[in-house]
Write a protein that binds this ligand. Sequence first.
Ligand code: ADP
Ligand code: DP6
Ligand code: CO
Length: 322
Amino acid sequence: MTTATARAYPNIALVKYWGKRDSTLMLPLTGSMSMTLDDFPTVTTVERQPDASADTFELGGEVVTDEPLRRVAEFLDLVRERSGVREFAAVRSKNEGPTAAGLASSASGFAALALATSKAYGLSLEPADVSRLARRGSGSATRSIIPHFAVWRAGDDETSVAEAIDAPDMRMIVVVVQARQKEVSSREAMKRTAATSPYHQGWITTTEEALESMIEACADGDFTRIGRITETNAMRMHAAIQACDPPIRYLAPQSIAIFDRIRALRDAGMETYGTADAGPNVVAISRPEDADAVAKALAEFGEVRVMAPGPGAELLADSEAQ
Ligand code: ADP
Ligand code: DP6
Ligand code: CO
């Protein structure tokens, strides 16, 4: 195949990945666990260009020439190396959700790119191989290959892939506080946390424990325990990030107000817990039957969307050049 189109969805981690053991192989310091969403898809087309002298990247109809192009081209280099096909490519992508705002665009983006590129360059990969490949583009993309719930183990180059895990059905209530691009990328902030945050080691130790507890809670179908682990883990990640030098603060006043409201809802008997990635947008989790009530209670803070466990990365089309 020389042209392929794939779709992938973002995922939001309940136990988060924040720190690399190897930034070339993109091995994380700790394992993580997430839910893949059923909204905010990325659709990416990769078209090999036999006569081109460089890769090109279009995102949301705009030609991209800086850092995001460099990341895409570096990723394509890996696939060229593996396939033995040296041709450059034209990559066209569209994110339905906000880009670089803490709603996992790098996860859906590189998951879709990994699947489309592997097909366009003629690699025939199992889902585990696509997950391993997606990891090289963005760590969180490792998990977006997998439908519903995924665990990504720290491991080594071979074993650091995502696998499906059973968890009780739940909903994510995504509150879009700000859709604009964050000032510090996840990659940069993660590096700075490891280099300067005095809480980095505490983050690593407690996240390893949190993942083991989360796996048990999922096996038990224990939503309450899942929720508590989720919120605590998110708060600890933000605490470690805020303690960087110079400091980084992703949560906006609105984000904090949402976490307060989530707690007030719990106090009033509606069971919901909050999390936030590297950005101001907050994601609440609830049992399916409570999701609409939680969404209503959070609607004053921004655009609210209820999302269910979603599909893994899928190929939409592929073809040989005419
Ligand atoms: P987010 O919180 O959205 O994941 P990150 O800082 O992790 O933010 O990553 C944002 C970067 O991911 C973008 O600047 C770009 O380099 C890359 N990215 C986002 N969407 C895509 C896409 N559809 N295809 C390729 N790369 C993408
Ligand atoms: C807070 O996967 O975006 O969303 O691997 O450098 O591309 P890179 O970073 P990225 O980091 C995700 C951080 C997080 C937590 C998570 O998704 O587990
Ligand atoms: Co990201």
